[in-house]
Design a protein around this ligand. Sequence first.
Ligand SMILES: [Zn+2]
Ligand SMILES: [Zn+2]
Length: 457
Amino acid sequence: MTTTTPPRTAPDAELAARLKELACAEIDRQAERIVAVSDDIMRHPETGYRETRTADVVAEQFRAMGLEPATGLARTGVKARMHGRTSGPTAAVLGELDGLLIPGHPHGDPETDAAHACGHNAQIASMIGAGLGLQAVMDQLDGDVVLFAVPAEECVEVQWRLDLVDTGEIHHTAGKAELIRRGEFEDVDMALLTHAAASSPALGVGGDGNGSLVKRVRFTGKSAHAGSTPWMGVSSYKAATVAISAIDAHREFFKDEDNVRVHHLITRSGDSVSAIPARTEMEMLIRARSIEAMRDASERVDRALRAGALAMGADVEITTAVAFLPFSSDAPLAELAYANGCELVGEDECKSVSGNFGGSTDMGDLGHVMPVVQPFSACGTDGAPHGPEYFTSDHHAAAVLPAKMMAMTVVDLLVDGAAQAHRVIEESGPKLDREAFVALHDSLSGTRRHAAPTGKD
Ligand SMILES: [Zn+2]
Ligand SMILES: [Zn+2]
C-alpha cells in the first residue's frame, strides 16, 4: 500500500515517454507469445471457479517471467507482484479467467459447453503482455505492479455457486467480491482491466454498467397422478408460471432511468410428466443502475414469487445474492487510459464512451473499494457478445494493443514519484473498506422461506 509522500511536482513527461516506448517495444517483441496465450485459452474454456487449467497457464507464464505467483486465491485466482525501484502505490493489471456456457460455440468445449464468448481469453493475454512490457521498466518506477488473474466474473451456474455459498466454500458468487472479502486486494491501490468489445473502434474508455442480483427460487408443491387425481396435487410449476406473469406485470412500472432488466430460467420442473410437479426451481438475474433500484426491483420480484406460491398453495424459498455492484470507471484513471489509447491509435479509433452499456461486471465491486478503469478493445468479430458467433479473431487487437495501453497507463501512474497514482487516489474520493463492502453485499442478500397458507385464517 501507499507509503511515500505525494510529490508536489508534475511527472517528468520526457521520462514517461521514454519508459512507455521501452515497455511497448518489449510488448511488440513478445507479441507472438501474447497471441499464443489468448488463442490457447480461447480453445480451452472453463467456467467460473472451475478455471484450473487456465490458472495453470497463467501461473506457468508468471514463473517464466521470473515471478513467484500465489495460486488458488478464491479457488482459482493467480497473482504475482513486480517491484518498482522504491515502494509506493500498487497498480494492478487484471485479467478474468472464466468463460460462459454457450452450446455450439465454434471454440467451445463440447463436453461442458464452456466457451469464451466474452473474450476473457484476451484479457488474460493482455494482462500478461502488460506485465512483460512493464518488466522492462520496473526498475525506474516508484511503486509496484500486481498482475492478477481473477476467477468467476460471468454470472453462470448460479445454483451451483449458491450451493458453494451454502457449504461455506465461498461467500460471494462473483470472483472479485470473494477476493475482496478474503483480503486479496488489500495490497492493491487501483486496478485496470481491458475488456474485448466489437470489431471497432480499436480502443474505447468510459461508460457505466448496471449492478445485479441473482436469485435461486425453489417452489415446493405436492405430487399426484396427473391424469386420475390432479386435484390431490399442488403444482409447483403453475406457481412458477403465475409468478412469472406477476413479474411481467411489473415491467412497465420500473423507472426508465433505472435500466431494470429481469431475466429468469426454469432450471427444473417436476420429475415425471405423468405427475403433478412437486419441485420447480428458477434462476434469476435482476439488473439495475443503482443500489436503490436493485433493492426496489428485488422486492417487487419477491412479491411476485410469493404471489405465485400463494395462488397455488405452494411453498417458496427465495435466496438472493449480489452478483455485481453498479460499475463506473474512475474519471482520473480513465483520462490517463484514454490519452494513451489516443496516442496508440489516434482519436478516430479511440472512443470516449458515456452512458450505460446495459451489462454488469464485478469491476463494479472493485470500484467500490478502489479506483478502477475498464477500457475496451476490438476483438476482430461483430457477433453478439455472449452468443455463438462471438470470439477473438484478432488477438493483436484484443490482447497486444490493450497490453500497451495498460502498460503506458501504469507508467504514467508510477513514474517520477508516482505523482499521478497519488492524484488518482485523492481525486477518486472515498471508498468502502473491506468490512463495509461485505456488509453492503449482505444487506442485499439472504434466504427467505414462505410456507403455503394453511387455509385456517
Ligand atoms: Zn460476459
Ligand atoms: Zn466479460
